[in-house]
Design a protein around this ligand. Structure first.
Ligand SMILES: *Cc1c(COP(=O)(O)O)cnc(C)c1O
Length: 412
């Protein structure tokens, strides 16, 4: 058995790290350094030639360490480990999920271009697409799960679409998009406008329960702040994919200077060791919480992937693309904002906070918090109403979580 054929969870403690280079330390130290000493001038020249693409890598050659904006052992080892989950050639880690997303969009779009994007997307992404990119002459064209392939192609007509952006499951409604179909649309558009990469924000499900690269995505992106970090104690992002595209992403990262620092890299390596046990426990708890909500008289509707029924097109996508229903549960409370707020204000164990994917359970109100910046028209279209509450389920005992929800609902 070679190292590569172990399961990712078996490799998270050791992969890519050589103790003999660090005094035998079993754990990778924090390389809190801005710059690296060359053995001699010749080595410095060699390292730069490779880093700036002036020569090809010789077989087995590792890029030399130069300066922590270009590379650093904590980032490099972390990137190798993260690549294992998605089976990606390469990974680049960023200072935040938003910096990963904005770097990819800026690298592949130019003035006069358009991008197709799935709706709803994360609030910050929505803002970047609809408020920032138009200032650079780039237009975002949204599509929803109710649009057919023809509808989407029709929306794209007359535009030079250069990128297809998909977030699935969508935040906060858990709407699913068929990635193979999105790839087909991207390929169709590429006939007119050249290369059209399909990029997928996999924050809700990855890197464990959905692997977009295996369903046709060219790049997959994460807010590593969420499940990957998993402890609500850091902000980070990641992009993964094939070497040719990743080379472009990495180069722009070098010049925007938005790579993660060594301390964040080290914290993320520590988090990866428990990624699978955390995520699986969270998913188990979420199933119990969702069942309880579905049976409660004050709850109107539950948005949980594990409750999809055979015959629903969303169920077909779920079976094809996902290996778990995940740990995000949203629900419509009977009433409106007032009832939702009463519920939120009476929670004891759940924390009233945005973000998701962490060890502690969190609750929030998308319409007035994470998605308050989305236009009212889009919110109505997407079902992000005043009565919607979003829960991120953590690793607590499920009986305590259910007690907390039940008690808070009684107070409404
Ligand atoms: C949180 C989040 C982001 C943004 O990530 P940051 O780390 O906060 O910059 C992007 N996409 C999704 C789906 C998210 O949940």
């Amino acid at each position: 058995m070679t190292m590569k054929s172990f399961h990712p969870e078996s490799l998270m403690m050791s992969y890519g790290y050589k103790p003999e280079l660090s005094e035998g330390a079993v754990k990778c130290p924090i390389f809190q350094t801005s710059t690296f000493v060359f053995k001699n001038a010749r080595e410095g020249k060699d390292f730069f030639e490779l880093a700036y693409g002036k020569r090809e890598k010789s077989p087995g050659e590792q890029p030399g360490l130069i300066y922590s904006r270009l590379n650093n052992p904590d980032l490099q080892i972390l990137e190798e480990r993260l690549s294992l989950w998605d089976g990606a050639d390469e990974c680049a880690v960023f200072e935040s999920g938003m910096s990963a997303i904005s770097t990819v969009l800026l690298e592949f779009l130019r003035p006069g271009d358009a991008l197709l994007y799935s709706m709803p997307v994360y609030g910050g992404t929505d803002h970047f697409i609809n408020k920032v990119l138009p200032q650079y002459g780039i237009k975002g064209i949204g599509f929803t799960t109710s649009d057919s392939e023809e509808d989407v192609l029709k929306k794209a007509e007359g535009h030079r679409v250069k990128l297809v952006y998909v977030e699935t499951p969508a935040n906060p409604t858990n709407a699913l998009f068929d990635l193979a179909l999105c790839k087909k649309i991207a390929d169709q558009l590429a006939k007119d406008s050249g290369e059209v990469p399909l990029v997928v924000d996999n924050t809700y499900m990855g890197p464990l329960w959905q692997h977009p690269l295996k369903h046709g995505a060219d790049l997959v992106m994460y807010s590593a702040t969420k499940y990957i970090g998993g402890h609500s104690d850091l902000i980070a992002g990641a992009v993964l994919g094939k070497s040719d595209l990743m080379k472009r992403v990495r180069t722009l990262r070098t010049f925007l200077g938005n790579m993660a620092g060594p301390w964040t890299g080290w914290l993320l390596m520590r988090s990866l060791e428990t990624l699978k046990v955390r995520m699986n426990q969270q998913a188990k708890n979420a199933a119990k919480v969702a069942d309880f909500l579905a049976s409660h008289p004050k709850v109107e509707k539950v948005y949980y992937l594990g409750h999809l029924k055979e015959g629903d097109p969303q169920y077909t996508i779920f079976k094809k693309q996902l290996s778990s229903a995940g740990a995000m549960v949203s629900f419509d409370i009977k009433g409106g904002e007032e009832e939702a707020f009463q519920f939120l204000d009476n929670l004891k164990l759940f924390k009233l906070a945005v973000s998701l994917g962490s060890t502690e359970s969190l609750a929030e109100h998308p319409a007035t918090m994470t998605h308050s910046d989305v236009s009212e028209e889009d919110r109505n279209l997407l079902g992000i109403s005043e009565k919607l509450v979003r829960l991120s389920i953590g690793v607590e005992h499920h009986e305590d979580l259910i007690w907390d929800i039940q008690t808070a609902l009684e107070k409404v």
